[in-house]
Ligand binder design. Structure first.
Ligand code: GLV
Ligand code: GLV
Length: 328
């Protein structure tokens, strides 16, 4: 029987099929935020399959130290924690879970967007603090979204789903990507392709949906923030390091932009103290795919991929071949 090592518990019953057919070791969550390479190697040294999350550093050293490893099944769509070249060099198949968390993540982008546009977290606090004494004409005035422009950076699945929601709110949609999206996606989202600078300069909301790679690291830096409108809201449900967090703290603090809705951070789970203090930042602990539906489907996808590898099927579903490059 193959040995499948799962680096932390998944949603209940998510691995049932696998547990019936193979030896599955489900590890306790790490004590801190993430495991070190050495800790991961200790858990995985005799594994045939490793089921990982973003916080697991699947590096060259891990592949070297785990000689039986045939496969890494990532319980996420993003795979920036996995060295894909090293995986290929060691003949290890890498799979991920695209598609099933698209709507969940787009919903989360909108939750943060609406939260930032209408001061939802500050309003909640206001009520709980007992400050609500009377209806006031200018209390916590927000901004409307109808007839405003939504700029999508990265019109992949999640970007497109976020854009489609924008149409329902009466927004105009522009996008930027490495390559122009196909005409069907452009039609479904009614999104106009523009250069990144134009997107930043004209959008009332900028929502990030690109993968993290060398090209997208600090894509939103001080210059990019300075290009944005001073009324603009930045939403990030992609990866923290797409944004220079220091520059963002300054930009919100000095009014270069109006607000941010952030589900991801540069150095998770640490969050810049300047963001913690900033009422105009709405913050969430990386919850993009955190719905029962998405997390269940993600588990089933991992199981389908693992089964295909262990049963030596010709086609392994949901293989990750490159760390997304379509956005820039
Ligand atoms: C979550 O961030 C994912 O990539 O699935
Ligand atoms: C991820 O699913 C994406 O392509 O946006």
């Amino acid at each position: 029987m193959a040995h499948v090592v799962v680096t932390r518990p998944l949603i209940e019953n998510g691995l049932k099929e696998l547990q019936d057919a193979h030896t599955v070791t489900v590890c306790d969550p790490p004590e801190g935020a993430a495991r070190s390479e050495d800790e991961l190697i200790k858990l995985a040294s005799d594994a045939d399959v490793l089921l990982t999350v973003l916080a697991d550093p699947v590096t060259e050293r891990v592949f070297e130290a785990c000689p039986n490893l045939q496969m890494v099944a990532q319980y996420a769509v993003g795979i920036d924690n996995i060295d894909l070249d090293a995986a290929a060099a060691h003949n290890v198949v890498v799979t991920h879970t695209p598609g099933v968390l698209t709507d969940a993540t787009a919903d989360m982008a909108w939750a943060l967007l609406l939260g930032a546009a209408r001061h939802v977290t500050a309003a909640d606090q206001y009520v709980r603090d007992g400050t609500f004494e009377r209806w006031e004409t200018t209390l916590l005035l927000g901004t409307e979204l109808a007839d405003k422009t939504l700029g999508i950076v990265g019109l992949g699945r999640i970007g497109a789903a976020t854009a489609r929601r924008g149409l329902g709110f009466g927004m105009d949609v522009v996008y930027h990507n490495r390559h122009r999206a196909n005409p069907t996606v452009e039609r479904q989202t009614n999104a106009e392709y523009v250069a990144l600078d134009e997107l930043l300069a004209t959008s009332d909301v900028v929502s990030l949906h690109c993968p993290l790679n060398e090209d997208s690291h600090y894509l939103i830096d001080a210059d990019a923030l300075a290009t944005m409108k001073d009324t603009a809201i930045l939403v990030n449900t992609a990866r923290g390091a797409v944004v220079d967090e220091n520059a963002l703290v300054e930009a919100i603090g000095d009014g270069t932009i109006a607000a941010a809705g952030l589900d991801v951070f540069e150095d998770e789970p640490d969050v810049h103290p300047g963001l913690i203090e900033q009422e105009r930042a709405v913050l969430a602990p990386h919850l993009g795919s955190a719905t029962t539906e998405a997390r269940t489907k993600m588990a089933h996808m991992c199981v389908a991929s693992i089964t295909a590898v262990l049963e030596e099927h010709d086609d392994v579903p949901h293989r990750a071949v490159e760390n997304g490059s379509q956005w820039k």
